[in-house]
Design a protein around this ligand. Structure first.
Ligand SMILES: C[S@@+](CC[C@H](N)C(=O)[O-])C[C@H]1O[C@@H](n2cnc3c(N)ncnc32)[C@H](O)[C@@H]1O
Length: 248
């Protein structure tokens, strides 16, 4: 088993991390000694009585900027030779499963959660190994993005998910979105679970699910289906083209 992966989150709202520490998959991973999660409170590193950590942007602009000297003190309080530092920012590279798998190989990840107008660029240039965004939208802080990243990375660590198969069948794992899932009751609001799923014929069920995956990916994520295009059979390609032509 891997060495324990340590996550540190630099934040103005350390309590936000308590929820994931105490619930579900992350709580179990902590309990089972697979990950460690600590919050660093940026104000603890402030050098003034009012515990200010921000200042006005130089050159004008909205919002306050987090001071680089205070941020540096916080970073240095936990940084060691294996620390990998990630700055959460809407202007970063978009996070995905492949990045999460790479991060799952690290020993210590420090997540810089911004607030207001974010961190002074100089401290980011000096210390950040990777600037990451969780999508093309702006949140008020980096804590939720940090939690998304911790959760996703943890799912790729051996022993975190009870059943190893479950992450391998998830969306994106084979380049497509996951097929729709059903459970009991067999009929809900006059909608029936597709008959084939009761057949016990694993080959037919796998064919059905693959078609459903292709359909869903073509409808919701044409960008993904285009990346996956060369892996589709001729028949599957014309199925996708038919979906796109029908606009459904
Ligand atoms: C209000 S935002 C600052 C946005 C900044 N003015 C901009 O337009 O790029 C405050 C903090 O939230 C976090 N944040 C907001 N949206 C994010 C996203 N999509 N991905 C990652 N972090 C985000 C960052 O840590 C950021 O420093």
């Amino acid at each position: 088993m891997n060495e324990k992966l340590r996550f540190s989150a630099l934040t103005l709202f350390p309590e936000m991390f308590e929820t994931i520490k105490n619930e579900g998959v992350i709580a179990r991973a902590i309990k089972n000694n697979i990950i460690m999660l600590e919050s660093l409170y940026l104000r603890d590193f402030s050098d003034n009585v009012r515990k200010n950590v921000d200042d006005h942007p130089i050159g004008g602009g909205d919002g306050m900027v987090l001071r680089p000297d205070i941020t540096e003190k916080a970073i240095l309080s936990v940084k060691n030779e294996s620390t990998y530092i990630i700055n959460l920012t809407p202007s970063g590279k978009i996070f995905n499963n492949q990045i999460a798998k790479d991060l799952a190989q690290k020993k210590h990840i420090l997540l810089l959660c911004g607030r207001y107008a974010g961190y002074d660029m100089r401290v980011i240039n000096k210390y950040s190994h990777l600037n990451l965004s969780v999508g093309d939208f702006v949140l008020s802080g980096g804590e939720l993005p940090a939690m998304c990243i911790i959760d996703t990375v943890a799912r790729f660590l051996p022993g975190v998910l009870g059943n190893k198969i479950s992450s391998q069948q998830d969306s994106f794992e084979n380049g497509l979105l996951e097929a729709p899932q059903y459970t009991h009751p067999e009929t809900f609001s006059e909608m029936k679970v597709p008959e084939i799923l009761f057949s016990g014929n694993h080959k037919k069920i796998a064919e059905f699910n693959r078609k459903e995956q292709i359909k869903l990916t073509a409808q919701n994520r044409p960008d993904l289906i285009l990346q996956y295009w060369d892996s589709l059979s001729r028949q599957e390609k014309s199925f996708v083209e038919k979906i796109w032509k029908s606009g459904k």
